[in-house]
Structure formats: structure tokens, C-alpha cells
Design a protein around this ligand. Structure first.
Ligand SMILES: NC(=O)c1ccc[n+]([C@@H]2O[C@H](COP(=O)([O-])OP(=O)(O)OC[C@H]3O[C@@H](n4cnc5c(N)ncnc54)[C@H](O)[C@@H]3O)[C@@H](O)[C@H]2O)c1
Length: 394
């Protein structure tokens, strides 16, 4: 059982009674390899004899669909038919959640039967929301198949959908019972998505773990070129530190009950605007990288980080093949979008900015005016152009 719940009644007076509740949840994070090999018992153990509904997206179906069904036949013969979910970031909406819930209803998914998401962040987010809503909550497991999934979305307690041009505006806090991490699954990931995932690793590195930054600086190019396999020892350490760093930061304030100043929101203040304004041409991690670059420059302009450390952070992003800014960025619209971010953070901007490599602080809206943003944007545009020229000259 993964959920222990307690409730207590307390009578305040003749008219008022308080119902106090606490819920303790356990989320297992298990590293494995060759997860769909029929002799690998990690998934079967997590399922504990229950009937899973496995949800896949098309590339996962193409690459791993047959192996997954072979695995289920050997280890969970009662599994429901798999659901092929044809959704992307553009269609990561409530209608996709409805689609999953309708399928679950048709096949007869019971209250204790787990949904299992095998895919990138789009798939794990959609399944997470569906699992929270179906029958008012069924268990779910995440098996991430992208780098963003492996180090971030696949670990997440929160799950969300986009709606009416707002990124992740509706969602749930519904932790998975287990995150089953098999780094081997990302071997088939296209290079752009490896680079995209590197942005979330750089996020942890720049505000929370200088050791990660050092690995990225020394071996980032080779790790990207090899799809995170060479050098082997560094690839292993990179995933270990990135996952550990993310979990440590999440664990400080898992349900965000103690406030909205979160280090892991570094890179997630300007990025929703960039993703939406580009109609998702700019991928999530790519937008996070542009946001991190902007935040580094804002920090530098405010005197919170020195010139050398700021440049080191920007160079790190460039060395991974990430871009520092987007051609369509309109600084005034960006500033306007911060109002929406403040709504989301109970009236505060809480812009997380590095104060050195692996350290951070928070900045408020009053400090981020159009002049600071314009300065940051112009600097990044110039650096981006110089970086592109240098790349072409090689
Ligand atoms: N809930 C959270 O905590 C959290 C955290 C970070 C990101 N996210 C969300 O995650 C999403 C981004 O995730 P993503 O980058 O994984 O995007 P994605 O799910 O769209 O996957 C990217 C692409 O990779 C393909 N793919 C998946 N696995 C593959 C594999 N093994 N080999 C080859 N191709 C594969 C997919 O089909 C897709 O085309 C965003 O919606 C973001 O908001 C959520």
C-alpha cells in the first residue's frame, strides 16, 4: 500500500467542527536497465499483481511497443490493452485526459488498478492528470523515455495540461507510486531532444550543484553527441546527480505548501511565454535554457552574480548546443507575461537567479523592469549571433 491516511475530528464549538487530515505517500524511484526484458522484475514488482493500463505515444509504440506487450504477456497476463495516445505539446490538453479516462472506463479500470505512462513528459503529465481524476484518483507509474522525463517530468509530483494559450494552467498534485528510470530507453532519442533534456540538467547544475556543472563543462559535448552514453562513468554520474539534485529540491516543498520560492523554478518564469508565443516551436527545455540565460543576465545586471560566473553559465548553455534567446521575443510582451507568473506564485515573482555556479537567490518584480530585460535580451542576442558565427566557422 502506498497511501497511509489519517483523519481526526475536533469540535471547536456547538456550530463548528474541524476535520483534520494528513496523507502520507510513498513514491519509489527505482533505477534499472533493460526494463522491458521479460526477466526484469522491476515493473512487475511495482505492479504487485494489479492490472495495469499502459499508455504509450507513437514513437514509444514504434520503438518499444512489441517489447512492452511481450513483457506484459509474460509478467502481467491480465493487463488491459495498451492505449496509444497521439498527443504532442500542442494537444497536451484536457481533451487528452478525457480520452485516457474514457478508455479506462471502457476497459473497466478499477479503483486500485494503476495507469502506467511510458513516454516523454507529455505522456507522463497527461496520465498523471488522468490518474488523479479517474474515479477521483487511481494509482499511476511513470516510465520516462526522454531525457526531460528521466531527470524531471518522470519524477514529478505535479502533472499539468495546457489550456487557452496558457502553459500548464490546469493540473494536479498526484505523485506517482513509482518512477521507474531506465536511462537505456533514451538511446533512441533524437539529438534535439537530448539537448532539450540537457537544459533541465543545467538547471539543477546552475542553481544547486556545481559538480554537475563541472561534468557538463568537461564532458557535455561528448555526452550530447553520444546520446548520454560516452564517457560512461560521467554519464552515470550525470544522471545520478541530476536525479538526486531534483529530488532533494522537490522534497523541500513537495506540495508547495510552504511557499512559491522554489529553486527548481529556475528557468520556468520567462519560458512559458516563449513556449506559447512560439506556438511550441521552441521546445520546453529549449525555452527553459533561454529563460536561464535571461535570468543569469538579470542577476548580473542587478549585481547579484559576477561577470565571470555569469559568462561561465552562458558558455555552459551554449556548449550544450542550447540557444540563448528566441528571434520572436518581444521584451514588452515578456514583461506583461510576468503578471501571469505572479498570479501563479501568490502575487510574488520569485524569479530564481544564480548568484554563483550552484547557488541562487530570488528576485522580485520591482527589480525586473523593461530596461533590465532589454539589456539582457540585447546581450543574449549578440552572444547568440557570435556563437552561431563561431559554429559556422568551425
Ligand atoms: N510534471 C513535471 O514535473 C514536468 C517537468 C518537466 C517537464 N514537464 C513537461 O514535459 C513536457 C516535455 O517533455 P518531453 O521533452 O519529454 O516531450 P515529449 O513527451 O513531447 O517527447 C519528446 C519527443 O520524443 C519522442 N520520444 C519519446 N521517447 C522517445 C524515445 N525513447 N526515443 C525516441 N523518441 C522518443 C516523443 O514521441 C516526442 O516526439 C512538457 O509538456 C513539460 O511541460 C513536466
Amino acid at each position: 500500500m502506498t497511501l497511509a491516511s489519517e483523519a481526526r475530528l475536533s469540535v471547536v464549538n456547538a456550530h463548528t467542527t474541524e476535520l483534520w487530515s494528513t496523507a502520507t505517500r510513498r513514491q519509489l524511484i527505482v533505477r534499472t536497465s533493460d526494463i522491458f526484458h521479460r526477466d526484469n522484475d522491476v515493473l512487475a514488482t511495482a505492479l504487485a499483481g494489479r492490472r495495469p493500463l499502459v499508455v504509450l505515444t507513437p514513437s514509444v509504440e514504434r520503438l518499444y511497443g512489441n517489447r512492452i506487450r511481450d513483457y506484459l504477456r509474460s509478467n502481467c497476463p491480465d493487463a488491459f490493452p495498451t492505449l496509444l495516445l497521439r498527443r504532442t505539446e500542442q494537444s497536451k490538453t484536457l481533451s487528452a485526459v478525457t480520452e485516457i479516462c474514457e478508455f479506462a472506463s471502457e476497459v473497466g479500470l478499477g479503483r486500485a488498478d494503476p495507469m502506467v505512462a511510458v513516454g516523454g513528459g507529455v505522456c507522463t503529465d497527461l496520465v498523471g492528470v488522468a490518474a488523479a481524476l479517474f474515479r477521483r484518483g487511481v494509482p499511476h507509474l511513470k516510465i520516462p523515455t526522454t531525457l526531460i522525463g528521466l531527470v524531471d517530468a518522470g519524477l514529478g509530483t505535479k502533472n499539468a495540461v495546457n489550456h487557452a494559450s496558457r502553459k500548464s494552467i490546469m493540473g494536479t498534485f498526484h505523485p506517482p507510486e513509482a518512477s521507474l528510470l531506465d536511462p537505456g530507453l533514451i538511446a533512441s532519442l533524437p539529438r534535439r531532444h537530448v539537448v532539450n533534456g540537457m537544459a533541465e540538467i543545467a538547471k539543477v547544475a546552475l542553481v544547486a550543484d556545481h559538480r554537475l556543472a563541472e561534468i557538463l563543462e568537461s564532458h557535455g559535448t561528448s555526452l550530447v553527441d553520444s546520446g548520454l552514453s560516452i564517457p560512461t562513468a560521467e554519464a552515470e554520474r550525470l544522471v545520478t546527480y541530476a536525479v538526486r539534485g531534483m529530488l532533494e529540491e522537490l522534497a523541500r516543498n513537495l506540495f508547495e505548501w510552504t511557499g512559491y520560492a522554489r529553486a527548481m523554478d529556475f528557468g520556468h518564469t520567462f519560458s512559458p511565454h516563449i513556449e506559447v508565443a512560439s506556438e511550441h516551436d521552441v521546445l520546453h527545455g529549449e525555452a527553459v535554457a533561454m529563460d536561464m540565460a535571461m535570468s543569469l543576465c538579470v542577476s548580473n545586471a542587478l549585481g547579484l552574480i559576477g561577470d565571470a560566473a555569469c559568462q561561465r553559465g552562458l558558455d555552459l548553455l551554449l556548449s550544450l548546443g542550447l540557444e540563448l534567446t528566441w528571434w520572436g521575443l518581444d521584451v514588452h510582451k515578456l514583461l506583461e507575461s510576468l503578471r501571469l507568473v505572479c498570479e501563479h506564485r501568490a502575487g510574488q515573482l520569485n524569479l530564481c537567479v544564480p548568484t554563483g555556479i550552484g547557488r541562487h537567490t530570488f528576485v522580485d518584480l520591482a527589480d525586473v523592469d523593461v530596461t533590465v530585460l532589454r539589456h539582457a535580451h540585447d546581450r543574449l542576442t549578440a552572444l547568440q549571433a557570435a556563437g552561431t558565427v563561431a559554429k559556422h566557422a568551425r
